[in-house]
Design a protein around this ligand. Structure first.
Ligand code: SAM
Ligand code: GLN
Length: 288
């Protein structure tokens, strides 16, 4: 085989160009280099002229080629995704946690930390996937009991593993959103449910549509079905939460507001934008 590169710098250049030619994101080159060389970004720059370690060459090239050819997410190649500064193990059974979901967690934490209290708060994360939201809240928030549900047994297995690895105390339940815990009383309900409409399937990148589980992505009723199900489940449950926080698709703000106003009229609904200025969260706060 021809020598594609000798130094780390040359490996970066080779991989970026190769990915570009295949219409993939060039920065994936850096992420894979960081993973294989166990370095951070600064390391790649500082040690750029060092020879690329021979024993890592084959696997690195294989990962670059596989991503270029199939669009497999980098996180599936490395086996982990970073969320709120921690590593979560991921695989094909769970959605790769997204940066916008970190903002949802941040919003919940801000509200939690603004209320001075001595009482324990009960939180539930519906559709927990990798466990990213539930584990982060369990670690970051003081004096809380965190539950999490998912309909997927495979996802729950991985989420349980993540909780254990991170030392997060989370109680997991299998079932349809709130239903397995309908008899418990929650102060905060948080969820990033599936919200993509089936009509949008064609527009998704391969990295999403071919690799994230469809159970995590798609919902009926133009992507709105889960919000209505959850709102109705809350209405019929033992809970009257102070806060319901949802991640939403950027065009769903008004539609989710309407669902909430219809099903749970005692809440004040706030549509919140993410760091890019797009409406990506709904915070429903109990009026009293
Ligand atoms: N909470 C994780 C995150 O933010 O990265 C995963 C969110 S993913 C968009 C949605 C999750 O909801 C998936 O893990 C999926 O298995 C789960 N799910 C789908 N339908 C469900 C249902 N009816 N009841 C409970 N969980 C469901
Ligand atoms: N944010 C994900 C995406 O854009 C979708 C996650 C979801 O449906 N909740 O692919």
């Amino acid at each position: 085989m021809e020598t594609l590169f000798t130094t780390i710098e040359e490996a970066r250049r080779w991989a970026s160009l190769f990915l570009k030619k295949h219409h993939r994101e060039e920065r994936v080159a850096d992420w894979l280099l960081e993973h294989h060389l166990d370095m951070n970004y600064t390391g790649l720059l500082v040690y750029g002229r060092d020879p690329f370690p021979e024993d890592k060459r084959k696997l690195f090239i294989k990962d670059v080629e596989q991503h270029a050819e199939t669009g497999i997410p980098v996180q599936h190649l490395t086996g982990w995704a970073e969320f709120y500064g921690r590593r979560f193990t991921v695989n094909a059974d769970v959605l790769v946690p997204r940066p916008e979901t970190e903002e949802l967690v941040e919003g919940v934490l801000q509200l939690l930390n603004h209320t001075s209290r001595s009482n324990l708060l009960n939180i539930v994360d519906l559709g927990t996937g990798s466990g990213a939201i539930a584990c982060t809240l369990a670690i970051e928030a003081e004096n809380v009991e965190v539950h999490a549900t998912d309909i997927s047994a495979e996802a729950l297995r991985l989420a349980g593993q993540n909780a254990e690895n991170l030392g997060a105390e989370v109680i997991f339940h299998q079932g349809d959103f709130l239903s397995p815990v309908a008899s418990l009383e929650f102060d905060i309900i948080v969820s990033n449910p599936p919200y993509i409409s089936y009509a949008e399937q064609e527009e998704l990148s391969e990295t999403v549509s071919q690799f994230d589980p469809h159970l995590a992505l798609f919902a009926e009723d133009e992507g709105l079905a889960a919000y209505r199900t959850i709102a109705r489940q809350i209405k019929q449950s033992a809970s009257s939460p102070k806060l319901i926080a949802f991640e939403i698709g950027h065009q769903q703000g008004e539609a989710v507001r309407a669902i909430m106003e219809e099903e749970l009229p005692v809440y004040h609904i706030e549509i919140r934008a993410d760091i890019n200025g797009k409406p990506r969260m709904i915070f429903a706060i109990a009026e009293n």
